[in-house]
Design a protein around this ligand. Structure first.
Ligand SMILES: Nc1ncnc2c1ncn2[C@@H]1O[C@H](COP(=O)(O)OP(=O)(O)OP(=O)(O)O)[C@@H](O)[C@H]1O
Length: 274
């Protein structure tokens, strides 16, 4: 049945094919023992948008992104990227996506420059093109001065930036970023923003997870809010914000955190008495 629903929505009433959404998720579940991390979610992320996936700690964002990018097998459900099934057609999907995962693992004993050279060649790009793109990305992301340093000696923010460069090198259709701005200084954050805005303006899609509502509000045109393994809202920024004064307030309302005690029970904390 899910297959039929997928095929039907890919056609218009007249039978002409419409562009598929960047990501389509249906009935996605993941349990870890007793813990339900993702509880049967449906998502349809439009192409060419800057999309934010937001939710409190433990909401299931990383688990969802891992399943959507083919890094973690779902217990149940289906994921398509650009109309291709992530688990049935993994090569088609992986050639179209770039991923900056949480807890990024990099080849530590390569220099930043070597890492990009290796990533580009793994993607099947010609060597001269890889070298050209790598030099440009290192320059734009302010890593040119550290390009010959081993990745093991990079700072947290530098690791994020070299990971982002590796994810962008093959010019993917959809870029998935788990907390891309964490540990990144404001100047670099501004640079990354510029790169991503330029990338989406050309028709590509960015999907990123974040806890920072101001950032999501200023960057994203489309937002999905997740809490306790479920999608609480999805739509344009204006739709999700609704009547609330900010995305932060809409978010607190949606995840049921408005009015939660701000530590009143910690009556021993502060005040001098030990
Ligand atoms: N490998 C695992 N084994 C057991 N439980 C897991 C595993 N991965 C995630 N979980 C649990 O699944 C739930 C969702 O975790 P997930 O990391 O997806 O949340 P998140 O929204 O990304 O959180 P955060 O914002 O804190 O990174 C949590 O309760 C977490 O403890």
């Amino acid at each position: 049945m899910p297959d039929q629903a997928f095929e039907k929505t890919a056609d218009t009433a007249g039978g002409a094919r419409t562009a598929p959404p960047a990501v389509r998720v249906q009935g996605l579940w993941k349990r870890f023992g007793e813990q339900i991390a993702v509880a049967g979610i449906d998502l349809e992320l439009p192409a060419g948008k800057f999309i934010g996936l937001v939710g409190p700690n433990g909401a299931g964002k990383t688990t969802t992104l891992s399943m959507v990018t083919g890094l973690l097998r779902p217990d149940q459900g289906r994921v398509e990227v650009g109309g291709h099934d992530v688990w049935r057609d993994p090569v088609a999907v992986k050639s179209r996506i770039g991923v900056l995962p949480e807890g990024l693992r990099l080849f530590e004993r390569l220099s930043g420059r070597e890492l990009l050279g290796y990533s580009g060649r793994l993607r099947g790009l010609p060597g001269a093109e890889v070298d050209k793109r790598a030099a440009q990305l290192l320059d734009v992301l302010d890593l040119a001065g550290a390009q010959h340093k081993l990745v093991v000696d990079y700072s947290t923010g530098m690791r994020k930036k070299i990971g982002l460069a590796a994810a962008l090198l093959h010019n993917p259709e959809v870029l998935f970023l788990d907390e891309p701005f964490e540990g990144v200084d404001p100047v670099s954050a501004q640079t990354i923003r510029g790169v991503l805005e330029r990338y989406t303006a050309s028709g590509a899609t960015v999907v990123f997870s974040s806890h920072v509502m101001e950032l999501v509000e200023s960057l994203c045109d489309w937002v999905a809010v997740m809490a306790a393994g479920r999608i609480r809202a999805q739509g344009t920024l204006a739709e999700v914000r609704g009547d609330a004064t900010s995305l932060q307030n809409a978010f607190l309302e949606l995840v049921g955190a408005n009015g939660r005690s701000a530590g009143d029970s910690l009556d021993w904390l502060g005040g001098g008495a030990r």
